[in-house]
Ligand binder design. Structure first.
Ligand SMILES: NC(=O)c1ccc[n+]([C@@H]2O[C@H](COP(=O)([O-])OP(=O)(O)OC[C@H]3O[C@@H](n4cnc5c(N)ncnc54)[C@H](O)[C@@H]3O)[C@@H](O)[C@H]2O)c1
Length: 269
């Protein structure tokens, strides 16, 4: 008779989740919104952070779905905006106090006429902007949140990197690959530094996932790329969110410093 125990476990999981708030960057749409939705349905209070004004609307949608969600307009590449986060989270209620999960998802992959720029003609400003958002942005948010994440003896940090961090990929530019490889290195060092506080740090490396970012190239190119993927299609944001949900779960406590590939078998390490 294990039914009463599993019910008790489920109640315990839901109680724990409600005490563990999650911050997801780049959550107004796409993968970030799917991740915030999934964590919210698991019972975590979620704070959606995004540089777009749409973040308020996205948070309101989650609230109408019964999720404890708040939206904050923050550009993760702006030092002063990120440093103001603790005060803004405190003003929302108990989100700062309960902050236990951080998902660094905000990212950009600029294209010109639907194509990446080659290194030979990449403006230095475009290079700097991608590094500022994808890599330095994650550093700023993580460093700002670290005291809270390490305060409870339990915490989770997840970096949304990319297949481009793991191998050569044809679509994104060199700045994007460099930023995501940098994020992977950052995650490994951080994982070693804060494991002692019960906080794990892992990367999720998606392959091609259907979102506004992937829609920025010619649909025929996406169709041709899908044919090369063993699973035979682009991935879904919800499939990335499911992997994040595992990484922030109780059962993933001995998994840290790792990269999980979510790419339909397109790259196997
Ligand atoms: N879609 C894919 O195929 C794919 C593959 C691998 C990795 N990724 C990564 O997943 C993450 C999400 O990608 P997506 O496909 O959902 O992209 P998306 O463009 O649909 O969404 C990205 C979100 O990040 C926000 N954002 C951009 N710059 C920001 C900033 N400076 N501060 C705060 N928010 C900012 C945008 O406003 C947007 O809401 C990115 O880091 C991306 O590199 C995506």
């Amino acid at each position: 008779m294990n039914t009463p125990k599993s019910v008790a476990d489920a109640v315990d999981d839901a109680r724990k989740a409600s005490t563990r708030a999650a911050l997801v960057t780049g959550a107004a749409r796409g993968l970030g919104l799917a991740i915030a939705t999934r964590l919210g349905h698991l019972g975590h209070p979620v704070v959606l952070l995004d540089a777009s004004d749409d973040v308020e609307t996205s948070a309101a949608q989650l609230r109408s779905d019964g999720i404890d969600a708040q939206g904050l307009r923050v550009d993760v590449s702006q030092d002063d905006e990120v440093r103001a986060l603790p005060a803004r989270l405190q003003a929302l209620g108990t989100q700062w106090e309960r902050l236990s999960i951080l998902v660094n998802n905000a990212g950009i992959s600029p294209k010109t006429d639907g194509r990446k720029r080659l290194v030979s003609d990449m403006p230095a400003d475009e290079w700097r902007r991608v590094l500022a958002v994808n890599l330095t942005g994650a550093f700023l948010v993580t460093q700002t949140c670290l005291p809270r994440l390490c305060a409870h003896g339990w915490g989770r940090v997840v970096m949304i990197t990319s297949q481009a961090a793991r191998t050569r990929t044809p679509v994104p530019g060199a700045h994007y690959s460099a930023s995501k490889a940098g994020l992977t290195g950052f995650a490994r060092v951080l994982a070693g530094e804060i494991a002692v506080h019960g906080v794990t740090v892992n990367c999720v490396a998606p392959g091609r996932i259907a979102s506004a970012m992937t829609a920025a190239i010619d649909p025929r190119q996406n169709a041709a790329l899908a044919e090369l993927i063993p699973v035979g299609r682009l991935g879904l944001p919800e499939e990335v969110a499911a992997t994040v949900a595992f990484l922030v779960s109780e059962g993933a406590g001995y998994l840290t410093g790792a990269s999980l590939d979510v790419n339909g078998g397109n790259f196997m390490a």
